[in-house]
Design a protein around this ligand. Structure first.
Ligand code: G3P
Ligand code: CA
Length: 248
């Protein structure tokens, strides 16, 4: 069987609201090898799972995550803006709230799946987020299952300094000359690459982990499954990707 792992991107955002417990539960039901999620920090220092710096796109509220306490954020629906052609219960989505990282760890830890935590620290540095995330992961004894990633290199390097055993990966949308040298000198565990870098052969390596995002097209998934140096495919449709992988 093909060994490439399938991660649910922001849970299973092709079918259910992104970065919600509902979506993460669905990803677990699909049998994912891991999930990817995004974290930001609230005004009162809670690590919450949400992609954007603002709540405008994914909830019925407006404003920056960093300007709300967790209790204030809980007023808003994290499912109300979602729409899909699939047959899921819309009423259920509307009850979803922005989850904390702690809640997600509580949900997934019995399943021992892998977890990719993306630190969304490019726009706001979120003082102390690296320590908080590490502490939560340790509380659940989950350190060996977690890969920390970010577009913002200083954030993952800081995290690695605090926890030298942590696996860190740099998120890239553009090609990098001599990627292995970066991986070695920065002590990265791997690179998380935009799919086009691999589909168009703009980057290649076989001496570090490659995880690729976000691949939803069936033909592209097949193409990437045919390469033998990709550890993980992240997709919004984990159920379909797992079926494609399992028939090989
Ligand atoms: O971690 C891979 C991917 O999630 C990065 O892009 O914008 O979906 O967070 P984005
Ligand atoms: Ca992400």
């Amino acid at each position: 069987m093909n060994k490439t792992k399938i991660f649910g991107h922001r849970g299973s955002m092709g079918s259910l609201p992104e970065n919600t417990l509902l979506g993460f539960r669905h990803a677990l039901e699909c049998g994912v090898d891991g999930i990817e999620l995004d974290v930001q920090l609230t005004k009162d220092g809670e690590v919450v799972v949400i992609h954007d710096e603002t709540i405008d796109r994914t909830t019925d509220g407006t404003g920056y995550v960093k300007d709300f306490t967790l209790n204030e954020l809980r007023q808003f629906s994290a499912g109300v803006t979602f729409s899909t052609f699939e047959l899921f219960d819309e009423a259920e989505w509307k009850l979803e709230r922005i989850p904390t990282l702690e809640e997600v760890l509580h949900l997934i830890s019995p399943f021992q799946i892998e977890l990719n935590i993306e630190l969304k620290t490019t726009l706001f540095p979120y003082e102390g987020i690296e320590e908080k995330v590490l502490n939560l992961v340790n509380q659940f004894n989950y350190a060996d299952k977690v890969i920390y990633s970010s577009f913002h290199l200083p954030s993952i390097l800081k995290l690695k300094k605090i926890a030298p055993i942590a696996k860190i990966a740099w998120l890239l949308e553009e090609e990098l000359i001599r990627p292995s040298e970066y991986v070695q000198s920065l002590e990265l565990e791997g690179l998380h690459l935009h799919k086009d870098l691999l589909l168009k052969d703009r980057i290649s390596a076989d001496d570090f982990s490659i995880r690729v995002w976000t691949v939803n097209d069936e033909k592209e998934i097949e193409q990437l499954l045919n390469k033998n140096n990709i550890d993980v495919i992240m997709t919004d449709f984990p159920k379909e990707a797992i079926s494609l992988r399992n028939i090989r």
